[in-house]
Design a protein around this ligand. Structure first.
Ligand code: ZN
Length: 276
């Protein structure tokens, strides 16, 4: 298993760094588990046993479905630059990945989660969060590289919830605003705007991690509901909120907090789910 993991890790690093592998590794020992690639136009799924080709094919189906639904949503606005639709996506079903994640146009899915996904006894209840990760590939905010994924993860969680057929962390298809209000009340209040990203990267506890995801997604939904997708995407792609809607980010955050505060006073409560 260690050998498989290290080979997957090397493959992942190679893909991410776009290192040409041709001509390298010819002296390496014969691999015990063959790493396979299931390919379609614009999409590769890299996997190894016990994941089967049939499973890889169905993962590819789900990626294509997530991509078409996400693009249909984003293309409602002409602000969406549509510059990522043709980028080839690679999915690595990785024994070493602790959770679904994404880097550039590569999506990492935990091998054990994929196997659980195809376990008939729990089929339909295990989410691979594929829409979330596909949105990260399709829509790169102006802030992701320098200032973190506040907007990126807000949009990814929101669209995972809106467009994916399987319920997923952190809200499991329940309304983002009401779940955010309940989670904040359970934890003693909302996180500060400037603390959401650090709470996702270095969470003091699981509830803070979940609340950070929820807040970013609820805030995204609030901006879209309040100002429309065009205005939201102009902010997402770097225009100042002051120029787009006449308010600073801090003022918009304050407005959203008042909205969630009203929900906190009216909501009957909500149990905290464990992350998926
Ligand atoms: Zn994310």
């Amino acid at each position: 298993m260690h050998e498989l993991r290290s080979r997957f890790r090397r493959a992942s690093i190679a893909v991410v760094a776009s290192i040409a592998m041709v001509g390298h590794g010819s002296a390496a020992a014969e691999p015990e588990v063959e790493i396979r690639t299931f390919s379609r136009p614009g999409l590769d799924v890299v996997y190894a046993a016990p994941v089967t080709e049939a499973m890889a094919s169905r993962v590819a189906d789900r990626v294509e479905q997530a991509k078409s639904r996400s693009l249909a949503f984003l293309r409602q606005s002409r602000v969406y630059p549509d510059d990522r639709a043709e980028v080839p996506i690679r999915v690595l079903i990785d024994p070493d990945a602790p959770a679904p994640s994404q880097m550039r146009s590569t999506i990492f899915l935990p091998q054990d989660r994929v196997l659980a996904f195809f376990d008939e006894e729990v089929e339909g209840t295990v989410s691979l969060a594929i829409t979330h990760e596909v949105v990260h590939v399709l829509a790169v905010s102006a802030y992701r590289r320098e200032q973190g994924r506040f907007f990126d993860d807000g949009l990814a969680v929101f669209l995972q919830s809106e467009l994916d057929d399987l319920p997923a962390y952190p809200n499991f298809h329940r309304g983002l605003h009401i779940v955010t209000a309940a989670a904040a009340r359970a934890r003693g209040g909302l996180l500060a705007l400037e603390d959401t990203e650090s709470s996702r990267r270095n969470p003091p506890d699981r509830e803070a991690l979940r609340l950070a995801y929820l807040q970013e997604a609820s805030f995204t939904q609030h901006l879209i509901e309040r100002f429309g997708l065009d205005a939201y995407l102009r902010i997402y792609y770097g225009e100042s909120p002051d120029d787009v809607v006449g308010s600073t980010l801090v003022a918009l955050d304050g407005e959203w907090r008042a909205f969630i505060g009203a929900l906190q006073r009216s909501d009957p409560g909500d149990p905290l789910d464990e992350p998926g």
